[in-house]
Design a protein around this ligand. Structure first.
Ligand code: BYC
Length: 339
């Protein structure tokens, strides 16, 4: 349902060949020929920096994304729900680890990335700055947020950079399970008692627009899309993926007998897509500026976890140093975070 065929329309024309050095032209030819770029291959510095930016933001999103759902592990309504949610949150942590590892192959250290997150300099997905107020929010996150994530991430399995593409294959399989568990929670609630149905509708009301915004600014305002599509880091524009998500999700909401909170939502016979009402880009910008409902809480939680875990990293580094017969003080490795 979420799989997408290769489609390159919407790409801007490539810059004139004379604007690229011979080395850049050879690089672009490899990308155009669908060859994978590997860590030791030559690559333009801007390609490297774009990947570091996107992959590290993606990794941070997975790690911060553990917080809103982790909030419900102790309050899950049954042992089965608790076990499933714990597994899902653990998966997100694993995704963060694969992605930090993929970014490290580009020459950035995990310590640098972590410092950027904890200082507030790095971005992570806007969606995780919203609170999880009821159990139905866990259903809505799985259904909508993981659904949106799959839509965005399936094309990244064909990203030109090998380590990122390979990491995404496994991540997408797990995200697919996450989406189904969320939909199943929503199905149970929406077809349950009147109160449960109301709770499911309330969660949809609060998570719909933030999920739509997850895909990023509209194409007209997306500063990185054109170049990232030329380099085949991105395969579809933000608006194309957003539309695919809407088209897939509206019938799912109908099946759930829930109402999408958009009075202007209409099936457009001419385009064969759903039209939606205006997106509140001011809200999106505000969340990106750090002023969403939970931005401060999320960073505070990550900082507290980093401080609380310092002794574990030090102990792991000391143990590793002893294993290789060196002084622990010489071998304390700041990159050993999460070791
Ligand atoms: N939130 O030129 P644009 C998950 C930023 S994890 C915050 O379109 P690009 C999950 C963008 O970074 C979900 N910032 O950029 C986890 C850029 O800022 P800078 C995360 C956003 O990179 C746990 C600026 O706006 N998924 O799903 O071409 C549990 C201009 O945007 C957002 C990924 O990271 C946003 N929503 O396209 C459950 C996927 N959108 O760097 C689920 C990989 C945009 O210039 N990333 N910005 O300061 C991507 O596909 C792309 O980076 C994006 C943005 C589509 C997100």
């Amino acid at each position: 349902m979420y799989t997408q065929a290769l489609d390159t329309h919407g790409q801007e024309p490539a810059p004139a060949a004379r604007d690229l050095s011979a080395q850049e032209q050879r690089f672009q030819a490899r990308v155009d020929a669908e060859e994978k770029i590997e860590p030791k291959d030559w690559m333009p510095d801007a390609y490297r920096q774009t990947l570091i930016r996107q992959i590290s933001q993606h990794a941070h999103s997975e790690i911060v994304g553990m917080l809103p759902e982790g909030n419900w592990i102790t309050r899950a309504p049954s042992l089965r729900r608790k076990a499933v949610l714990m597994a899902k949150v653990q998966d997100e942590g694993g995704h963060g680890m694969y992605l930090y590892s993929a970014a490290e192959t580009l020459g950035v250290s995990r310590a640098q990335m972590m410092q950027q997150l904890l200082s507030g300099a790095a971005k992570y997905s806007s969606i995780f700055n919203y609170p999880t107020l009821t159990w139905a929010d866990i259903g809505a996150i799985g259904w909508l947020v993981d659904g949106a994530a799959i839509m965005n991430q399936i094309p990244i399995c064909r990203c030109s950079y090998g380590p990122y593409a390979r990491a995404m294959v496994r991540i997408c399989k797990e995200e697919s399970f996450h989406q189904r568990q969320g939909f199943e929670i929503m199905l149970t609630l929406a077809h349950g008692s009147a109160d449960q149905h109301t709770m499911a509708q309330d969660a949809l009301n609060r998570w719909w627009w933030p999920s739509i915004m997850m895909f990023g600014p509209s194409d007209a305002d997306s500063k990185h899309s054109a170049q990232s599509m030329r380099w085949k880091i991105k395969r579809f524009s933000n608006d194309e993926l957003r539309q695919k998500f809407i088209d897939v999700t509206v019938p799912q909401a109908q099946y759930l007998r829930l109402t999408i909170p958009d009075p202007r939502l209409r099936w457009n016979e001419a385009t064969q897509h759903y039209d939606i009402g205006p997106i509140d880009w001011e809200e999106f910008a505000n969340v990106l500026r750090g002023n969403g409902p939970c931005n401060r809480e999320r960073l505070a939680a990550r900082r507290a976890a980093d401080e609380a875990g310092a002794w574990v990293r030090e102990a792991a580094a000391a143990h590793a140093a002893r294993q290789i017969g060196r002084s622990p003080h010489m071998a304390v490795n700041p990159q050993a975070r999460f070791a």
